[in-house]
Design a binder for this molecule. Structure first.
Ligand code: AMP
Length: 281
């Protein structure tokens, strides 16, 4: 059985749960449970704090895990690294930034952080001398308490910085949620992991596209085909009016409205848009 660690509650947990559910893994959870067995796949889900997930994957306590890339970089030293990133997700986006109450030069200043390793490496690379004050939480309050001159913490929307009267000075790392795996897992587990990956990738791929159906004048077909190449080619079906055709294809989510507007100006009408549940290429 493959073991996966995900965050129980916090910024990554809703998306992690949703990805597993949408991929067809059936399991039950309650707030008190620390693990859940998947009924229809050899997978056990264990719930941890995201910052602990890299270590437990590295130590083979679980085989794979979903966590922030920032935690992976912070917790795993170059020497004892048995972790590899096997998928990057579109959620959990944030940046690790140095911020302070006002624009300052951080040279010889005190910087409070929960990411001492990542900050230490950054300062060393940039040849900046500064004192690192390790804190495990509520880092934003450190300048007010005169514990430090600046902080180095995760920023997502920036509202926490604003509330605490801090301005972002420099970003030292961009991060996303990632799927990490232990490099030493058995061949048997690798086979399960491949099947697991096929299932989640079908969902991730599907989220990037929308399925569209439309009617269009036959004379506009060439122009429309250029706009919606589909995965290979669009499906074109005749209509009772031989001057018109029905076209089915896919549109990339990030170009969606732009494409629809162009299709309309080519003469497409009755455009139907449907979500895609899974996409297997
Ligand atoms: P925000 O106010 O949206 O900029 O969020 C900042 C707060 O949320 C800080 O306390 C961060 O430590 C935390 N945070 C932001 N993004 C993440 C993330 N992707 N994973 C974990 N914590 C985060």
């Amino acid at each position: 059985m493959l073991k996966i660690a995900i965050q129980k509650s916090g910024r990554l947990s809703d998306n992690s749960f949703e990805l597993l559910k949408k991929s067809g893994f059936e399991f039950e959870t309650s707030k008190r449970n620390l693990s859940a067995k998947v009924n229809n796949f050899p997978l056990e889900i264990l719930f941890f704090r995201t910052g602990d997930i890299p270590e437990i994957v590295n130590d083979s306590i679980v085989d794979i895990g979903i966590c922030g890339e920032n935690s992976t970089i912070e917790k795993i030293s170059n020497k004892s690294n048995f972790i590899k990133i096997i998928e990057r997700f579109d959620f959990g986006k944030c940046r690790l930034s140095i911020s302070a109450p006002k624009k300052i030069n951080i040279e010889n200043k005190k910087i409070a952080t929960s990411y001492p390793e990542t900050l230490g490496k950054y300062l060393k690379k940039k040849k900046i001398k500064a004192e690192i004050v390790k804190l495990s939480g509520s880092v934003e309050i450190a300048p007010k308490l005169k514990l430090a001159d600046a902080i180095c913490d995760l920023v997502s929307t920036g509202s926490t910085l604003k509330i605490n009267g801090l301005i972002e000075l420099e970003t030292i790392l961009h991060s996303n949620a990632v799927l990490i795996a232990n490099k030493k897992i058995s061949e048997e587990k690798k086979e399960i992991l491949d099947k697991f990956l096929n299932r989640i990738r079908a969902v991730i791929q599907a989220q990037k596209y929308k399925y569209i159906l439309m009617n269009a004048p036959r004379s506009a077909l060439k122009n429309i085909q250029k706009l919606i190449p589909g995965l290979k080619n669009p499906t074109i079906s005749p209509l009772s009016d031989s001057d018109f055709v029905s076209i089915a294809s896919v549109v990339e989510e990030n170009k969606f409205w732009e494409t629809i507007e162009k299709l309309k100006s080519c003469g497409a009408t009755g455009i139907l848009v449907l979500p895609i549940e899974k996409m297997i290429l």
